[in-house]
Design a protein around this ligand. Sequence first.
Ligand SMILES: NC(=O)c1ccc[n+]([C@@H]2O[C@H](COP(=O)([O-])OP(=O)(O)OC[C@H]3O[C@@H](n4cnc5c(N)ncnc54)[C@H](OP(=O)(O)O)[C@@H]3O)[C@@H](O)[C@H]2O)c1
Length: 332
Amino acid sequence: MTTSEKTITTRRTLGRSGIDVSALGVGCWAIGGPWIMDGQQAGWGEVDDDESVRALHAAIAGGVTFFDTAANYGAGHSEAVLGRAVADRRSEVVLATKFGYGVDEAGKSVSGVEVTPDAVRRSCAESLRRLGTDWIDLFQLHVGDLEPARAEDVRAVLESLVDEGTIRAYGWSTDDVERARVFAAGPHCASIQHQLNVLEDNPAMLDFCESENLASVNRGPLGMGVLTGAYDRGATLSATDVRGTGAAWMKYFIDGRPNPEWLARAAAIREVITSGGRTPAQGALAWIWGRSPATVPIPGVRTVAQAEANAAALQHGPLTQEQMAEVARLLA
Ligand SMILES: NC(=O)c1ccc[n+]([C@@H]2O[C@H](COP(=O)([O-])OP(=O)(O)OC[C@H]3O[C@@H](n4cnc5c(N)ncnc54)[C@H](OP(=O)(O)O)[C@@H]3O)[C@@H](O)[C@H]2O)c1
């Protein structure tokens, strides 16, 4: 790759905000540890906070500057761990968090949609405290299916928070283009966070983000681990891990085991996406970058090794157009 090609593939501007980030982010759901949402385990099991901090530092050392968390994750614990990790380098990183639910920090539980103006402001203040910062770079609505009329009211509060200097920009974590359109009407909307991975394309949302000059922040880029090659048909996840709870919405794992259909499809494209010495996880990220220049995948990590391996994907860059076409052909 030439230097200019490398810049194109390793950096992104977060939509209209002008905020510069690495083309790869880190997702901080798993490092929040255990928490309960509506009576169900929603964390990824026990975590070692020191290892989480080391992993976040490894990501930064590998060139990552963008971190995505939420008030929900660990009922505030993920934000606190992220805040600890970046305390001495706040201006070098871009922090994104999410709001929209009632969080009981002490009880480690989350319940109920809370998006009144007062609730949004309160949630913002609590995230600032836990992150140990004076400003949030990207404040995202976490309630993916909120009614559009209520979202308009939320957007108005977010514009006020931008004017007051508490947040720099905002976005919505939603898979619905019509909802995304409601937020896109606000001048300081910078991004839509949506599901995207090599087995779950979303052309409509990508087209929308490109046409509206919004960053496409991609959650689930590794299929919650199924696309990394780390899980085979015999793997079992415990019920203390959200992937092992058997929840109906959990498509990557069924009854605590990797979805065999996903494993088979991942195996079918492995040779193409691992070309040039990429690991399967790096290949999955390369597919996302090949899909659109608006994309910023945010793979979750729990260990230094995962953070280093994912950051190294930046150096490989996107799949070529020929490889993208071959993946599409194999999955058709
Ligand atoms: N509604 C929402 O807004 C929403 C929903 C979901 C996610 N998100 C955001 O998106 C982020 C990413 O999504 P996700 O965490 O669901 O799933 P993901 O990024 O697809 O998968 C993350 C998991 O893959 C495994 N992994 C990561 N790097 C690896 C590597 N190099 N080699 C092998 N395994 C690796 C780890 O799991 P192991 O435990 O198997 O090691 C890791 O926890 C979240 O952290 C969160 O910030 C937002």
